[in-house]
Write a protein that binds this ligand. Structure first.
Ligand code: HT7
Ligand code: ZN
Length: 876
């Protein structure tokens, strides 16, 4: 396909005011009758034809104002319907199409999941149901009548409010009519029909309106939807309190389905979810699952305002809804749980997923300016970096300035299809500031590097910070301009307390944040009595790579004393990362590995500080991942050497910290029934981090402790964590534990996913054969995205040593899997292929095998646009 460019945007030529859909559900031949009230757009090109999008559609009938159109008055293909010379006035088109939901393996448009009918229309799925101007700036009011066999689909749902329902007289069928009063783009359309079970709750909004909240799941699973409902209720309340946003329909429904390409979808009033992000019980879901459910329920709900009431003008503006909504869900989770630990987890995710994307061939701006396949731009850059950009805006403008900007955005743009410029203009107006340089965050890809050095002048009692920002070229962007970087900081004195931040021009550094705007800048602080240790980029105030020049002693000091919890955590991680880079080099050179004395000191102090949140301590104990180390090394990466260095470090820490880890393990044991609350989850996380390091020593006690933990566990968090410790550290105990786990949960696909993912991550040469065997196991299906992501996705994205095997077999396997999948589900295939994104950083042997595998994929005839796009950008 030809690239689509932001600069080519033109308003639609025709608008649609109302859509009436009559959908007759049938497993293989669902008939859709669409009545569209169209009118020429005064801002479009005069006299233009009506061009409607389609995808694999066939037209059954077409009328204009009730009269069938002559064969020469229109052209219908699978991908478009063009009415050639329509009267230039308001008119009604009636379009009949028939689709086969059972044959729809792409899971876009109307498809079936476990027998239920459901839809997925973002980004361009509505055109797989009927011909339509399938672009987000065409907003219409929808009324939908759904009809189905009552036996097959007793539940019939669509967007908006229910209007009427009943039997279709004289048949075994029934129908339901839904009306959504809020104009919306076609990507937010949804319908569901099936045999589903429901839980329901009433919610009263701040202004006293009653809303019925419903969650629909497969029969027999309603008992596992309670936590999702609780999260939903808290989300509605939080958006009222934090952003003044109320819900706006009489009902809000969520449907959980087993086959879904992504996490969930925010269709107006009818969210459709991957059931992984709805279903939870103590026996089947981990603490991480509970936290994800809470975050994703909130995220999709928050889209009701940021995405639905205010939508995107075009798909280039995707971050306008996604980055902003991720920011909102992060804030929600921070308010519900520990803010510090949430921030640590979010930054870990950003660094592990977005930083590599920004450093490789798939790098793109938060707002891309060109795409060939929009589905490939639901990325960590658009979502996670997009959220960081919103966070920086808040840091720069302050709490009140940010809230005023958001209020103005809702006031000005409610009902609009908006742009990033519209969004920024609200903050500029509310805060009376110029954000034109800040807007570069949306346009320039790549991670800026901030190099900072500090100079204390004892006689002048001053401290100077020299700051330099650089941004390396990225695909299509050779020249870069300096960014606006909010640098939150503190100067930590020898007593571990923050010193006042007084700049020598007499101003105080506003709220502890320096605003960097130039390639090079210096800041001088006065009245600095002692040599401070600068704590920089506190709270990760900007998504940059910081080169601070701090010594290991400085970092150990910050890990002990920094008042900013994020930087306290980060200091420990920096020590670990520097150690791992050094140890990897030593391993490759055949030299003895360095001793991790500084890290032992830092972590020992953290473990010994009883005032710290156990969840924080657990984060501190969890080392940078193998891919974090690879990113830090940057080039000529040997994953085996990294693995060896990391394993040695885990062993050394397990030995050196054994008494403290054992003490923490004993102290944080929980009595009573499982509860997913953050405090209990934090204690489990700390015990489990200890379990891991103690077992990494390979000692008999360490393995026995993990085995006992596994056998005695009364919840999935403990059971699965112990299983994972055994699988990675105790080859002799592994198989029995894996079998016991499988036998217990074999009928529960979401738990089987954990079992598949764990085995795919074992860093041993036998894993590839194991993964191949599991792909042939009856429990595995290429048709279910969750199964594919668990087995093949985990292997490719987490198992660095086996995916990047020196003999190239891991690369070949993933390339074969991509080709196998592409004919069935191109979106899932393309995401899997993106695991190659850092291939150029590998050492030469592995780099050539990755390139060979990519070239094999590229050479296949008839690739989907999704895979063709990823492979060509990866090889560029
Ligand atoms: N806005 C939703 C994105 C999404 C999606 C995109 C492409 C293909 C399938 C999809 N399912 C959901 C989800 C979100 O980010 O909120
Ligand atoms: Zn979203």
């Amino acid at each position: 396909p030809q690239p689509v460019r932001l600069s080519d945007y033109r308003p639609p030529d025709w608008l649609v005011d109302t859509v009436h859909l009559d959908v007759r559900l049938h497993p293989t031949a669902t008939r859709i009758l669409a009545r569209l009230a169209l009118r020429p757009n005064p801002e479009g090109r005069e006299g233009s034809p009506i061009v409607l999008d389609g995808d694999e559609l066939s037209l059954k009938s077409l009328t204009l104002d009730g009269t069938p159109l002559a064969g020469n008055a229109y052209v219908a293909t699978a991908s478009a319907l063009t009415v050639l010379a329509p009267p230039q006035r308001a008119l009604t088109l009636e379009i009949e199409t028939v689709v086969d939901p059972s044959a729809n393996t792409k899971l876009m448009g109307l498809y079936r999941s476990s027998g239920a009918y459901c839809t997925q229309c973002e980004a361009e799925g509505f055109r797989r149901i009927t011909y339509f101007p399938d672009r987000p700036d065409v907003l219409a009011v929808y009324t939908v009548r759904i009809e189905a066999e009552r036996e097959e689909a007793p539940v019939l749902l669509a967007n908006g409010n229910p209007v009427e329902s009943g039997p279709v007289e004289g048949t075994s069928r029934h129908y339901a009519v839904w009306h959504d009063p809020w104009p919306k783009p076609s990507y937010l359309f949804a319908l569901v029909g099936g045999r589903l079970e429901r839980i329901v709750e009433e919610f009263v909004t701040a202004s006293g309106r009653k809303v019925e909240l419903g969650i629909y799941v497969e029969p027999g699973k309603a008992g596992r939807a309670g936590y999702a409902m609780d999260a939903l209720r808290r989300s509605l309340r939080w958006d009222e309190e934090a952003f003044g946003r109320e819900y706006d329909l009489d009902v809000f429904n969520i449907v959980a389905v087993a086959d879904f390409n992504m996490g969930a979808m925010e269709n107006k009033g009818l969210n459709v979810f991957n059931d992984k992000y709805v279903l939870a019980s103590p026996e089947t879901a981990t603490d991480a699952d509970y936290a994800n459910i809470e975050a994703i329920i909130a995220h999709e709900y928050f889209h009701n305002w940021t995405g639905n009431r205010i939508t995107c003008r075009d798909w280039f503006q995707l971050c306008l809804k996604e980055g902003l909504t991720v920011f909102r869900d992060q804030e929600f989770s921070s308010d519900q749980r520990s803010r510090a630990v949430k921030r640590i987890a979010d930054v870990r995710l950003l660094k592990s997923h977005q930083f590599p994307e920004d450093a490789g061939p798939l790098a793109h701006p938060v707002r891309p300016d060109t795409y060939r396949e929009i589905n490939n731009f639901y990325t960590a850059t658009v979502y996670e970096k997009g959220a960081e950009v919103v966070r920086m805006l808040k840091t720069l403008l302050g709490e009140d300035g940010f809230r005023s900007g958001m209020d103005l955005y809702f006031e000005r743009h409610d009902g609009d299809a908006a742009t990033v410029e519209d969004f920024l203009a609200c903050f500029a107006a509310a805060a009376g500031t110029d954000l034109s340089q800040f807007a570069l965050w949306y346009a320039q890809s790549g991670t800026p590097q901030l190099t900072v050095s500090g100079h204390w002048d004892a006689s002048a009692r001053s401290f100077r910070l020299d700051v330099e920002q650089t941004l390396a070229p990225t695909p299509g962007q050779d020249e870069k301009r300096p960014m606006v970087i909010p640098l939150a900081l503190g100067l930590v004195g020898p007593d571990g307390r923050d010193m006042p931040l007084l700049l020598d021009d007499g101003t105080n550094a506003g709220r502890g944040v320096l605003t960097i705007t130039q390639p090079r800048q210096s800041f001088v602080f006065r009245d600095v009595e002692h040599r401070p240790v600068p704590s920089l980029n506190r709270g990760f105030s900007a998504p940059v790579k910081l080169v601070s020049g701090l010594t290991t002693e400085d970092l150990v000091f910050l890990a002990r004393h920094d008042a900013d919890p994020f930087n306290r955590f980060d200091a420990g991680q920096s020590i670990a990362l520097a150690h791992l880079v050094e140890a990897t080099a030593a391993h490759r050179a055949g030299h003895p590995l360095p001793a991790p004395d500084a890290l032992v000191a830092a972590l020992g102090a953290t473990l010994g500080d009883a005032s710290l949140d156990p969840a924080f301590v657990a984060q501190a104990l969890s080392l940078p991942s193998e891919s974090d180390v690879a990113r830090e090394i940057g080039g000529d990466v040997d994953p085996d050497a990294i693995h060896a260095a990391r394993l040695a470090l885990r062993r050394a820490l397990g030995e050196a910290l054994a008494p403290a880890l054992e003490e923490a393990y004993a102290r944080h044991a929980l009595a009573g029934p499982y509860s997913p609350d953050a405090a209990s989850a934090g204690r489990r996380a700390l015990r489990n981090a200890g379990l891991d390091l103690l077992a990494a020593t390979g000692s008999a006690e360490g393995v026995a402790r993990a085995l006992a933990h596994f056998e005695r566990a009364d919840n999935m968090t403990d059971r699965f964590h112990a299983l994972s410790v055994l699988a990675h550290n105790a080859p002799l105990a592994r198989e029995a534990a894996l079998s016991a786990f499988y036998e217990r949960f074999r009928d529960d696909p979401l738990v089987v996913d954990k079992w598949l993912a764990l085995q795919a991550q074992i860093a041993e040469p036998g894993t590839l054969e194991r993964v191949r065997a599991l792909a042939a196991h009856p429990t595995f299906s290429w048709g279910n995205p969750n199964r594919v992501r668990s087995l093949i996705g985990s292997f490719a994205s987490i198992n660095q040593t086996q995916f990047h095997r020196a003999d190239g077999a891991g690369h070949d396997f993933v390339a074969e899997a991509v080709l196998e999948l592409d004919g069935r589900n191109p979106q899932v295939a393309a995401r899997l292929l993106a695991a190659f994104k850092s291939w150029r950083a590998l050492e030469p042997v592995r780099r050539s095998s990755a390139e060979r595998a990519l070239r094999r994929v590229a050479a296949r005839e008839g690739l989907s646009p999704d895979v063709a796009d990823i492979v060509s950008r990866s090889l560029d």
